[in-house]
Design a protein around this ligand. Structure first.
Ligand SMILES: Nc1ncnc2c1ncn2[C@@H]1O[C@H](COP(=O)(O)OP(=O)(O)OP(=O)(O)O)[C@@H](O)[C@H]1O
Ligand SMILES: [Mg+2]
Length: 241
């Protein structure tokens, strides 16, 4: 299957991950359908609110299923959890079923603050690219360290990860880009400006261009060439099965 899946994860809370996911899905070239997935399992319903689809998603809902509704601009919006407790009952099987019904050329952006939750696995195991966003603060670096270490244990190759930093919480770059790169042993792919910055839209386009241009991001099949070995070092395979 050649669905292209982009997973957006805030390595620290409140760094604009949901906002980036919304902007990405609108801009990535999509030969067929585009879908955005609210995989925030805390039931905040950010995407339902943003796309004004709460009622449609409620009507589509039955227990244990991921629900999908279409926004006026044609974007499909999938919601994994409407409430905090939905995280207990929703199954990865319902996500797999929903994906099977999508065009094989669909472009999917997943807002996934908890990317290793079992229900998110159908996306993670086939992801084209992971976008990890953090802020230039000690907490931002610590969060990114934890996320990147988990990705490494899962066997996700660095070539599939784009590290983005953003200073929306106005830390004033308390940690420099060079220090972040040294601590995380990974280059920063993009610095996202704050939205009131006039350059925001232009620079955001730069991120999309980078994602599209990189080998393995939109050119190849969404299937990970080197399949995530969920059993490397930590036996995540057992946790997920
Ligand atoms: N680039 C930006 N510039 C300025 N403000 C932004 C930017 N991106 C997001 N915001 C604002 O910052 C707040 C948090 O954004 P958002 O909800 O996208 O972050 P998040 O990382 O998804 O948060 P959470 O951890 O709660 O999921 C929102 O009020 C949003 O409007
Ligand atoms: Mg969010």
């Amino acid at each position: 299957m050649s669905q292209r899946i982009f997973i957006v994860t805030g390595a620290k809370g409140g760094v604009g991950a949901t906002t980036i996911a919304i902007k990405l899905v609108a801009r990535l070239p999509a030969p067929a359908e585009r879908m955005i997935v609210d995989a925030d399992l805390t039931g905040k319903r950010s995407l339902a609110v943003w796309y004004d689809l709460s009622d449609d998603l409620d009507r589509a809902r039955s227990i244990g299923t991921a629900t999908v509704a279409r926004a006026p601009d044609g974007t499909l919006v999938m919601e994994l959890a409407r409430t905090y407790e939905d995280g207990l009952t929703q199954t990865a099987a319902s996500v797999t079923r929903a994906l099977a019904g999508l065009s094989e050329h669909a472009v999917i952006v997943v807002d996934a603050p908890q990317p290793f939750a079992a229900i998110v696995r159908p996306f993670v195991s086939r992801a084209t690219k992971f976008i990890a966003i953090t802020e230039p603060s000690p907490m931002g670096v610590a969060g990114a360290q934890a996320l990147l270490a988990a990705m490494d244990r899962a066997g996700i190759p660095p070539s599939r990860i784009a590290l983005a930093i953003t200073d929306i919480n106005a830390k004033g770059s308390a940690v420099s880009r060079a220090d972040i790169e040294r601590e995380l042993k990974m280059p920063v792919s993009v610095e996202l400006p704050i939205e009131r910055d006039r350059r925001f839209e232009g620079l955001f386009d730069g991120l999309v261009t980078m994602l599209v241009a990189e080998p393995g991001s939109l050119g190849d099949s969404g299937e990970l060439a080197e399949k995530p070995a969920f059993d490397r070092r930590v036996d995540l395979g057992e946790v997920f099965s």
